[in-house]
Design a protein around this ligand. Structure first.
Ligand code: NAD
Length: 271
């Protein structure tokens, strides 16, 4: 998809971070944006920013883990604009640093509901509409943690590997059709993702957030630009940041030895 002029673009999780930037940049390139977030206030701010810059859009507040709400949104977007050309399943939540053994089942379920079911629902709800277009794109946001496992991020990594498996399979099944499928693997991107982890603020969460903000190198503006270039160039797989490119190369060259490298800096006892 070379041009976004008059294209209808759906973006989930558009209230903050990369989703908000994608909304602003795609709208500046001429797209009509259909935005979602479960945080209505932040979502309204994104839509206001889009409109203040002369763009057009609609917004709906719901949880992407709610199947009926996602399918309802697809109908609402088609009722409003008559078509959908690009869907970016971006909404996602992080988790606090915890071993798999110490992760409460409810946290596993919450992360899987948002990060994996959200992507599956978002893809399947829009796919029939995308297939009706002469050219269309599905973009699913995985992570570098969809390429490598990482101690303390078991539930998150489970979902991001799941997104990758789902997306790579879908791409094979849609080969030769009008729908292009892209899987995105960001490294550290400076967004509010850690501060946005559901639940109470705590000193541990605060420390995790400030450590993350120190090591995350890519801005959300640059991340959104890279994703947009990936869409324009029909890239099946988009890595964001030197950290993601390096870890991807190491994991491909040394599919298990990479774990020893990580263990030098990141040890999370499993008990
Ligand atoms: N920031 C990073 O370093 C990084 C790295 C790899 C992958 N990612 C992925 O990128 C995507 C965007 O993350 P971000 O860094 O911009 O984070 P962010 O927290 O700034 O933005 C995510 C947005 O999604 C929304 N959201 C969360 N759960 C939702 C739900 N159930 N329904 C609707 N909206 C929901 C949040 O309210 C928020 O506005 C996520 O899928 C994340 O896992 C981020």
């Amino acid at each position: 998809m070379k041009s976004f002029q008059d294209k209808v673009v759906v973006i989930t999780g558009a209230g903050s971070g990369m989703g908000r930037e994608l909304a602003l940049q795609l709208s500046a390139l001429g797209a009509k944006v259909a935005l979602n977030d479960w945080n209505g206030e932040m979502l309204a701010q994104t839509l206001q920013a889009v409109e203040a810059a002369g763009g057009k859009g609609m917004a709906a507040t719901f949880d992407v883990g709610d199947q009926a709400a996602v399918f309802g949104f697809a109908e609402a977007v088609v009722a409003q604009y008559g078509q959908v050309d690009l869907v970016i399943n971006n909404a996602g939540i992080a988790m606090e640093r915890r071993s798999i053994a110490n992760t409460p089942m409810e946290e596993f379920e919450r992360v899987i509901r948002v990060n994996l079911w959200g992507v599956i629902y978002g893809t399947l709800a829009f796919l029939p509409h995308l297939k009706a277009r002469p050219e269309a794109v599905v973009v699913n946001i995985s992570s570098i943690f969809g390429i490598i496992g990482y101690g303390g991020q078991g539930a998150y990594s489970t979902t991001k590997f799941g997104v990758r498996g789902f997306t790579e399979t879908l791409r094979q099944e849609l080969h030769g059709s009008s729908v292009t499928v892209t899987c995105v693997h960001p490294g550290g991107v400076k967004t509010g993702i850690i501060r946005n982890i559901p639940g109470e603020a705590s000193p541990a969460k605060d420390k995790f957030a400030s450590n993350f903000e120190k090591i995350a190198r890519t801005t959300s503006e640059d991340a959104a630009k890279t994703i947009i270039q990936g869409i324009q160039n029909k890239r099946p797989r988009v890595l964001i940041g030197n950290d993601a490119r390096l870890m991807d190369a190491v994991a491909r060259l040394f599919p298990t030895f990479y774990e020893r490298i990580l263990l030098r800096k990141n040890r999370v006892p499993g008990g």
